[in-house]
Design a protein around this ligand. Sequence first.
Ligand SMILES: [Zn+2]
Length: 120
Amino acid sequence: MAKPESREIAIKKMAEALFKGAKLLSETCPKCGSPLMEIEGKKICYVCMEEEKPIETERPSLDEVEADLLRFIRDSTSMLRNMRDTRKAIEVLRCILVAVAALKAIKSLKKLESIEESGN
Ligand SMILES: [Zn+2]
């Protein structure tokens, strides 16, 4: 039972982690099937990590997450332009793709949220 918002947070965290040098592994999480990441030698599933957290009363608004993602994509894209190391560039490109996917998901979440709010 994946809560859509925790998956969004997970995707965003994965993109940030990749950007900071974490590795995206070809292995997937045995619990949820999401790609695992390796950080400081530890294998981490961001989706499960978010799922296991107690429900936060204060979560960043979708607008905030969206703005963060847009900033991240813009920064990464300009970084990519000056990059000589192909392998690193591919990693950055992956981050951008994850961020773009997250943005798309946020757009549909926002639609859902506005429907919920109009019901209050
Ligand atoms: Zn998992």
